[in-house]
Design a protein around this ligand. Structure first.
Ligand SMILES: CC(C)(COP(=O)(O)OP(=O)(O)OC[C@H]1O[C@@H](n2cnc3c(N)ncnc32)[C@H](O)[C@@H]1OP(=O)(O)O)[C@@H](O)C(=O)NCCC(=O)NCCS
Length: 186
């Protein structure tokens, strides 16, 4: 699905746009993903080279597929013509868990610490709740203090620990399981 554009101010007053990227953004989204994975791969699931060989045509197809989905979205932050952050939200399709969803988020180092992720996450929670999805979850590396602070400030709670679930730089590392149970609108 496609979320409409909103212009917001970062903590330093700089305006940025929050919206779903479309096929026309394939090139700038690939540039964003390549940079994000090269600079922050120790926090993410995809290896740093994942997008190096993805073509713009392939990325167009991915974006078109995402826009066609009714209970999933990308929500990206743009500084002018540069994508600086992205959040991927996906609702669960399991019939007994249609009120549940999961998400992943990333912001370029050059734009971190200005409230970009906070804005993306709070809009994601609001948009998910509007779809009747109020029970959110994800896991985060135990050493990702910045992300943990972000999630806890937004009302997510640590509900468990997954041991050795990722192999990073030759070592198995743990992740915390986080859950956000927001008000059930029904
Ligand atoms: C985690 C991440 C998304 C945060 O993005 P960001 O845009 O810098 O975050 P924000 O500026 O919106 O800050 C939001 C909160 O994060 C926390 N935070 C931000 N900078 C921090 C820092 N240097 N140290 C500790 N906490 C910090 C604060 O709680 C802040 O909330 P507050 O300003 O209301 O106190 C970003 O660091 C990132 O993309 N990291 C690499 C990828 C990643 O780790 N993704 C998450 C995988 S689970």
């Amino acid at each position: 699905m496609r979320l409409a554009p909103l212009v917001l101010a970062a903590d330093d007053g700089t305006p940025f746009e929050l919206r779903s990227p479309g096929p026309e953004d394939a090139g700038i989204m690939l540039a964003f993903l390549r940079q994000l994975l090269h600079e922050s791969s120790e926090y993410l699931n995809a290896p740093s080279k994942t997008y190096d060989t993805v073509s713009e045509t392939g990325q167009v197809a991915t974006l078109e597929r995402m826009l066609r989905r009714e209970r999933a979205f990308y929500l990206a932050a743009f500084d002018g013509a540069t994508m600086i952050g992205n959040l991927q939200f996906t609702a669960f399709d399991v019939p007994v868990s249609t009120h549940c969803g999961e998400l992943a988020i990333g912001v370029l180092q050059s734009h971190q610490g200005r409230g970009i992720a906070r804005s993306m996450l709070s809009r994601c929670i609001a948009e998910a709740r509007a779809l009747g999805i109020w029970n959110l979850r994800f896991s985060v590396r135990t050493y990702n203090h910045r992300a943990i602070a972000l999630y806890e400030r937004q009302g997510f709670r640590r509900v468990g620990r997954l041991e050795g679930v990722a192999k990073i730089g030759g070592a198995f590392v743990d992740e915390f399981l986080y859950q956000g149970v927001f008000e059930n609108p029904s």
